[in-house]
Design a protein around this ligand. Structure first.
Ligand code: HEC
Length: 84
């Protein structure tokens, strides 16, 4: 779980439903191999796909009140990568 309590709650109630579920087709939290090609697209593309959706990834990841900062922090947590 993310260390920040607010992020942990968002993660627990949205992202985790798919990103910790091998059947969902989503890159799994902590699976750096699955995230590597996605991270290679760059932070802007990842953020765009998180906000606007991408195939099975629903717009906003079902977190309608999340900020861009929160999405980047969640993506950093799940991918194990740091973004500037
Ligand atoms: C209903 C299921 C579901 C939920 C909830 C969900 N995701 Fe996803 N996510 C997916 C799937 C499926 C993919 C893979 C899409 C593909 O590559 O076809 C994905 C891919 C992604 C990607 C990679 C996009 C890319 O360009 O490769 C990011 C970033 C992402 N999710 C962020 C999040 C965040 C942040 C949350 C929580 C706020 C979240 N997701 C919640 C299903 C979900």
């Amino acid at each position: 779980m993310p260390a920040d309590a607010a992020l942990a709650q968002v993660y627990d109630s949205s992202c985790k439903l798919c990103h910790a579920n091998p059947g969902a087709g989503a890159p799994l939290t902590g699976d750096t191999n699955a995230w590597a090609p996605r991270v290679a697209q760059g932070a802007d593309t990842l953020l765009d796909h998180a906000i606007n959706g991408y195939n099975g990834m629903p717009p906003m990841g079902l977190c309608m009140h999340c900020s861009e900062e929160q999405f980047m922090a969640l993506i950093a947590f799940m991918s194990g990568q740091q973004f500037q």
